[in-house]
Structures are given as structure tokens and as C-alpha cells.
Design a binder for this molecule. Sequence first.
Ligand code: FAD
Ligand code: NAI
Length: 474
Amino acid sequence: MSDAYDLVVIGGGPGGYVAAIRAAQLGLKTAIVEKRGALGGTCLNVGCIPSKALLQSSHHFEFAGHEFAHHGIKTTGLTLDLKTMMGRKDKVVQELTQGIEFLMKKNKIDYILGEGLITAPGEVAVKPAKKGDKKQVLKTENIIIATGSDVTPLSGVKIDEKRIVSSTGALELKGVPQTLVVVGAGVIGLELGSVWGRLGAKVTVVEFLDHILPGMDAEVSKQMQRILAKQGIEFKLSSKVTAAKASKAGVTLSIEAVSAEKGGGKKETLKADVVLVAIGRRPYTEGLGLDKAGVEMDDHGFIKIDEDFQTNVEGIFAIGDVIGGAMLAHKAEDEGVVAVEIMAGQSGHINYDAIPGVVYTWPEVANLGKTEEQLKEAGVDYRVGKFPFTANSRARCNADADGFVKILADATTDAVLGCHIIGPEAGDLIQEVAVAMELSASAEDIARISHGHPGLSEAVKEAALGVDGRAIHI
Ligand code: FAD
Ligand code: NAI
């Protein structure tokens, strides 16, 4: 293996491996360094993929147990085989991560298993992950740091990945806990809380703020809380966990009301078989040698970059979770592509306003662009078109009519500024609006496009019509 590269990527997650493939497509001699033992990063190994596999399986279980009967399908003796469910999830992960390894070979990218350390601009030392393998020093024109993120710890609460777990441990539980307390009503808390709730756990979510899903449109956050509460999830808002004590019998959590007005700082204890800590993720740069290389970070530890994804050190770039912004796999991928294209002398651009976010609960939640609160704060004059799935014929056929589509458009130009959906397949439905936003379309443009009937996407069309007050089916 030659050790002179055009590009060395450190970190084999969605940001890193996609950047490597794009670089190879552009003719750059590329290596990717990954220490985990498998490619795919957080997303494929302990994030997006295993969580979605379990969300799908647990949705089937929930559906068979509680919804089949409405369709005239009777089941008896429904039981859970958690070992098989977990085994299926592990197989999906294994197949997909091996698929990435195949893509590295196909694109003639050197996959180097080990921990990358930047010893100087243009030089990456790799500490081998396997005993007996030799340390390598890679010479390279450019370096991309794509080392991602890690779990944010909660002070006073020690994660042991058995009783007190992060998302990684919550994807590996050996049995269904009778009681699960989730700390943090963000994306991970609601997705993994849903998984274990559907499989039989009594789930309580403790959230610091007075609402769930922070950053989402307030109407979505309120309605989603009602829907999840109906599904059996209990919420303790405006509350913080101050300590947790784990024993063989379970975990005792100390909780305190956040605001003196609301709860007077009231304290209580909660007992749970398992506690999931999901209060966010932080950039991961441990062992990278950034101080020595002189790469600047901000106060939160995110790597600072310019508009070309280059750090303050020439030839060292950074993308994905480690630079901050939305911590999403597709955002990391897009940044990887653009960074490499710019490096190769092309131009590239990301419209951060048109990156969809999806929460894979049931119903799903999808958001894009601005929320009503953001538009109000910015003083933008906007109009709202909203259409409920109860009035969508396909949703009624499917008996899946919770939620709505809401489109926000500029009051003067009718340009689409945002879209917020709670509903079946919301994550796929929002893509149409993402295309519209990328093409600077108006709400009327969406409204005039023919949508197949009976289809869930007709709710998007109706919401677009609603912007002008002329929805047909409501
Ligand atoms: P990562 O995927 O974190 O990859 C970084 C890689 O770098 C890791 O494999 C790490 O081992 C490696 N590394 C670090 N330091 C070194 C070093 N010095 N040398 C060599 N290798 C190193 N996002 C979505 O868009 N959709 C989802 O459904 C979704 N679900 C999620 C569910 C969970 C439970 C979690 C935790 C996250 C989820 N995310 C989801 C977020 C998504 O996983 C991340 O945004 C995405 O993985 C970020 O990609 P990345 O390439 O920046 O970093
Ligand atoms: P998050 O930022 O989505 O939510 C964390 C929640 O914890 C917030 O509501 C916050 O107010 C709350 N919190 C913070 N400190 C607290 C405390 N001391 N006590 C109680 N509550 C507290 O972070 P989360 O859920 O950990 O997810 C991390 C990242 O992973 C997110 O940025 C998300 O983008 C990504 N992710 C994406 C998914 C998707 O796209 N479907 C799925 C899962 C994760």
C-alpha cells in the first residue's frame, strides 16, 4: 500500500465514507481511517440504522397487538421474541456496514483500521486497532476530520450501559424493562422510548424544558406530546434529574422541578428498572491531536471551519457532527460531498434551510425550514396552510389518521418557507416540499401538481392549497 495520498479522511461515518467515495470519483487517491472495527460510524452501528430496525419491529408488534383487531384480524397468543428481534437488527447493521466496506473496495479507497492522530498538516499517524499491526504514518495533501459525536454525560448520573444506559445501551437491552425512565424528550428519547414502550415497558420521560422536541414548531411539539401520551408515555416536563443511584434492584432517580414558579423547586424520587440518558450529543475529537496541529475549536468543542469546510489550518477540513449544526446523517453526507468538491476545485453549496429532520416515532414527525415561531421572531409576514390526516382518504383507509401537514409560505411572494408534518410516512412526504424549497417554488406550485389518489401526499397538496384558503376536502 502506498502511503502518499491526496486525501486522508479520519472517521468512517456517513460524513467520512461519503466524502471518501466522492473524492475517489473525482480521481483523488484516498484513504479512510476508522478505529471502530466497522465502517458506517454512529449512524450505521449504534444510531440511525439499529434504532430504525427496532422501531419497525416494535411497530409491527404494537400493530399486531392493538390495531389488527380494527381491521377484522384476530390474533391469539401474540408473544415477543426479543432475541430474534435483536438478532434481526444486528444482521441489518452487519450487512449495511459490510456494504460500506465493499463500496470502499469498489472505489479503490484504502480502508485503514485504527485511530488517526494528526501529527502535522499533511501527516496522519495511525495507531492500529489490531494487536500486532504496525503503526503507520500517512502523508497526504489534505485531511478531512469526520470524527462525529458522542453522548453528552449528565452530571450526577453514571452511565454503565446496563441499568443506566445511553442510546447505545438502549439498543442492546437483554429484556424489556418493566419501567423505563428517559431523561430528555428529544429525538433519541422519543424514538427509543417508543421502542420499549411498544414492547411493554412503562415509559416516563423527564424533560428540562416545558415542552418536548425542542426547536420544532410549537404546534407539532404540543400535538405530538398528546399523541405519545395517548400511547402510554408519561411526561414530566420542566424537571431535571439531579442524581441517580443504580443497584441490582434498579435505579433511584432524584428529580427536581426546574422553575420555582411552576413547582417551587419541588423534589421527588422516581424508581426505574432502566434509565436512558438522552440529553444530546457533543463533538468527538479525543486523541486527534488538534491542539498540537493548531486546529481551532469553539467553546463547545466543535471544530471551527470556513465556508469551504476548511479549518484555520490549511489542508485540514472538517465535516459532520464534529462541526455542529443539525446532527443528522444526511447533513454530514452532504457536507462530505461539498467539502471534497471544493477541495477538487469545483464549487459546492448546501442550503441548510432545506435539510429535513425526521423523528421516526409513530406517527412520524418531519420538519423543514422555518417554524412559525422563527418567522414571527424574524418579523416575516407569512401565511399558513394546514390539512389534517383525518380528512385524507388514504389515511382513513389505513386507519392511521393522527396528525397534519402544515405549510408556511411568504405572504407576499408565496415562496415556501417551512413545512411541518405529523403523520404516517411524514419523513417521506416532506421530501416533496424539500424539492419545492430547493427550486424556490411557491405553495401554489405544489398545489397545482397532480398527486396520485388516494395518497397520503394529497394532504401535502391540500395544505399547499390551504395557504391560499382554498383546500378542497375540508
Ligand atoms: P459519526 O457517524 O459519529 O462517525 C464518526 C466516526 O469516526 C466513528 O465511527 C468513530 O469511531 C470514528 N472516529 C472518531 N475518532 C477517530 C479517530 N481518531 N480515528 C479513527 N476513527 C475515529 N441521524 C439521522 O439523520 N437519522 C436518524 O435516524 C438518526 N438516528 C440516530 C439514532 C441514534 C440513536 C443516534 C445516536 C444518532 C442518530 N442520528 C440520526 C445521528 C447520526 O448518527 C449522526 O448525525 C451521524 O452519524 C453523523 O455522522 P458523522 O460522519 O459526522 O459522524
Ligand atoms: P436532543 O438535543 O434531540 O434532545 C435532548 C433533550 O434533552 C432536549 O429536549 C433537552 O432539553 C433535554 N435535556 C437536556 N439536559 C437535560 C437534563 N439535565 N434533564 C432533562 N432533560 C434535559 O438530543 P438527543 O435526543 O440526545 O439526540 C442527539 C442527536 O442525535 C440529535 O441532535 C439528533 O439530531 C440526532 N438524532 C437524530 C435522529 C433522527 O434524525 N431521527 C434520531 C436520533 C438522534
